[in-house]
Design a protein around this ligand. Structure first.
Ligand SMILES: [Zn+2]
Length: 297
């Protein structure tokens, strides 16, 4: 029998009651709450902000500001990756085990792999991942990160799922997109929970490119492709299996990008034999290879 006298709620009931009463208080004052925020939003829209152009990628500490101060960076390369068929992954009932294990294996691996290419920022979004590269060899690092992720997806994730999970498990794997351009950034929110906002086309476009890609594919905008197009290690295959390097990019269209819809698609992954050499060369800033002729555009 409980030692709590009748009529006196225990600790759990007390905290629930408190929670409900706070919610009830808000509900009674919802008009006042919305009026307050209306006025705040009106002020925000009418008041100038300071935009600081910077060549140096700001740290997260830099991004926190009580003031209306934003940083603007050019030449930011955004990589977005998400899981194919993730809406088909249920976390209800008995499926919670396999789906949660997949997130551990897929999202966890993706973060660890991408981090090796020293992005200036990396975060998990939903069950996918998003990284920003800036500064030295930003395009090359972003490209190598993207290819590494799609290689992992095809070489490990798909066969492991086939081997370890039942046939009914949805076909999945990473879809990768890359875009570049100007970003503005600031940490926004209430104290203690503020998160950086990265606003601008690169992030948006990278997400749309990833959305269009199939699993194990990488889609880049034409701007990103142009930046990589004079690098023989990126434009042509290693030559396996017959020794003849071939162009590896094909045209694709990402309709959601409107007039920027024409993009480039990469299906190939790091070669088991030459992957180390190629990734190393690209990250060393090398561009020319014997036996690959640059075709004039
Ligand atoms: Zn090879």
């Amino acid at each position: 029998m409980s030692t709590v006298p009748p009529g006196v709620p225990g600790p759990e009931i007390a905290s629930t009651a408190l929670h409900l009463s706070e919610a009830a208080k808000v509900a009674q004052n919802i008009s006042a709450l919305l009026d307050d925020q209306h006025n705040r939003a009106k002020l925000d829209l009418q008041t100038a902000v300071e935009v600081i152009d910077t060549d140096r990628f700001p740290s997260l500490a830099d991004l926190y500001s009580e003031k209306r101060t934003w940083f603007r960076m050019r030449g930011v390369v955004a990589v977005s990756a998400d899981l194919k068929n993730s809406t088909g992954l249920s976390v209800r009932d008995r499926y919670a085990q396999t789906s949660a294990r997949l997130y551990e294996a897929a999202t966890g691996s993706a973060v660890r792999l991408m981090a090796k290419f020293e992005p200036q920022f990396i975060d998990i979004q939903g069950d996918g991942i998003f990284a920003l590269f800036h500064g030295d060899l930003a395009f090359e690092r972003a490209f190598c990160a993207g290819v590494t992720l799609k290689t992992f997806s095809e070489r490990s994730l798909e066969p492991l799922i086939d081997e370890l999970f039942t046939d009914g498990f949805p076909d999945t794997g990473f879809k990768v997109g890359i875009a570049s351009g100007v970003l503005v950034a600031k940490k926004i929110g209430i104290r203690g929970t503020n998160e950086p906002v990265w606003a601008g086309k690169p992030v948006n476009y990278a997400v749309k490119c990833a959305g269009k890609a199939d699993r194990h594919q990488l889609i880049v905008t034409s701007t990103v492709h142009d930046k990589l197009a004079n690098n023989d290690y990126i434009t042509h295959s290693c030559g396996c299996p017959n020794g003849t390097p071939v162009p590896v990019w094909t045209d694709t269209s990402v309709e959601k990008l409107g007039k920027h819809a024409s993009c480039k698609l990469l299906r190939t992954k790091w070669c088991k034999e030459h992957g180390d050499e190629f990734c190393g060369a690209i990250l060393d800033g090398k561009r020319r290879r014997d036996g690959v002729s640059q075709v004039a555009a």
